[in-house]
Design a protein around this ligand. Sequence first.
Ligand code: RAM
Length: 540
Amino acid sequence: MFCFCKASAQYYPASMQQQWMQKAEECKPMIKKSVHHPVQEVFIVEDSNAFQGYKAVKNGNLDDLYSKSFKEKKSIVVDFGEHLVGRVTFKIKDIGPMQDAILRFKVMFGEVPSDLVLPIEPFTGSLSRGWLQDFICDVGYDGTFTFGRRITARYMKIEVIGSSIYSDFCFDHITFEATTSAGESKAQLASTTPAIFKDIARISENTLKNCMQGVFEDGPKRDQRLWMGDLYLQSLANTASFQEYNLTKRCLYLLAGLANAQNGLLNSNLVEYPEPHAQNTFFVDYALSYVFTLSDYLNATGDKETANDLWVVAKRQIEAILSEAVDKNYLYSNTSYQFGGMLASIVFFDWAPVPLDTHAAIQGCLPYAMDRCYDIARKLGKTEEVKTYPSTAKRLRSAGRKAYWDSHNKLVVSGKDKQLSYTCTSWAIIGGLIDAQESRQAIRNIMTAKHVITPGTPYANHFFVEAMLQCGMDAEARKYVEDYWGGMVRLGADTFWEYYVPDNHMFSSYNGYTLLNSYCHAWSCTPIYFIVNYPKIFQE
Ligand code: RAM
C-alpha cells in the first residue's frame, strides 16, 4: 500500500558518512580495568521465594580452593560478590605427585543463581546457543587458562571432568579483570533519600556502568551491541550519573555513519567489532528515539557542532515516517509494512507477554518526536526547515485522540480490537493525545481494567513512569518505581534485568527460553534518571 520512494540515489554522501565514522572513532572511550577475585564459595539451592526459584547461599571455606585437592572436591561454585564484565583467567597449582596430563574442566558462568542450574538442553531458544556461557576448558602443563571471549557474570561454576590418576592440583588464582568505560558517578542523592531508592539508584548505576564498554551496549552478556532504543534510556541515565557524553556522541555518530546511505534510514542496532557494522533492520519507534537522544545530548552538553552534523539524520527519520506511513487522515496506519531496502521493519515499543498492538503508541510517539526535533531546530536556528512540524503534530494528535481515546470509558484503546495496554496508554500521554486530567484517568483505569497488556520489559515500564510524571501522578510514580525496580532489588538483583514480569519470573521473548535473558540490561537502568531529576518525589 505504501511505496518507498528514494529521496535520491544517495541520501548521505559517502564522504559525509566517512566523516561521521571518523568522529565516532575519535570519541572511542578509554576502557578502565579493575581486578577481582572470588569472595566466597556458594551453593545454589532451591527456594520457591527466590528469583526463578533459586538462590545462592554461603558455603565452605574459600581458602580451601587454593590449598586443598580440587580433584577430590570435583566441583565448586564461586561468587565474585558483584556482577562483572571482562576477562577471566585461572591458574591451577600442581600439588603432586606429578602433573602428567592435560586437565579438562567444565565451566559455567551465571549472572543470577538460576543461570547455573536451569537445564540448557534441550535448547529451544530463538537466539544463538552461543550466547550461553558454558565452556569446556583444557588446561595444559603451564596450568593457565584464559577464556577467549568476554565474560559477564557474578557466579562461576567449575567442575573437573578430566584429570590424571598420577597428579593432584588446587587453584593458584581465579581472576576477573572487569572493564567499563564509565568513570565516577556525579549523582549525589540527598541524605533524606529512602534506603530503597538509594539501592535502586546504586543498582541502576551498576547496570549502566557494566553496559558502558566501547559503545553503550544493550546487555554485556547478550547482545553486546548498540540498540537505538536502549541508547536513549542510557543517555538519560548517563546524563544523571556518569556524564560520559563522548560515549553518547560516539554512538550517535556510529549510527549515522552506518545509516542506510540510499534511503537515509537508521538501522535499529549495530555491532562494534571487528569493525562497526549494522543489522539492516528498521524499528520505527527506535528511529524516532534517535531524535530524543540527540535532543538530550544537545541539552546536556550544548554541543551544537555535533547536533548540526546529525540534524539531517534526525530530521530524515521523521520525514520518512511521515511520508511513508501516515495516511491522509493523519493516522499512522500500518504497523507491519516494509521500508524499502531494509531486511525487516517493525514498530517495537515492548516485548510484551502477549502481542502488542502499537497503533496508539506510535501515534503518540511521532508528534512527540516532532516536538523534540523542533526544539533542536530552535536551538540550531533551523526552524524554517521544519516550519510545518507544529501544525502537523497538532493534526496527528487530534487524529490520534479521535481514533484511540475512548472518552466514555476513559481508556486509551488501540487497533481494531481496541486493545488495552500500559504501553499505548503511556505513549498517548507522552505524545499529548489526551490532556493531563484524561491522562490521570487513563492511568488509573488501565491499572484496574481487565484483559490489559502489561509491559514485559523495564523499557516499557520506563515510559509508564514517564507518563505518570508528565501528568502529575507523583505519588503513583514513586510507588511504581519502588514496587517494580524495588521488586528486582528485593529478589537480589545486582544489576537490573532485561525482563521482569513480577508474576512470571520465567518470562522470555526468546521462545520462552529463559537462559537467553540478560540480567544486566541497558533499558532497565533508568531509575537513576528519575531519582536524580525528581528529587522531591524520590529523595524525601
Ligand atoms: C532485544 C534486546 C535489546 C532491544 C531489542 C529490541 O534483542 O533486549 O535491548 O533493544 O530486543
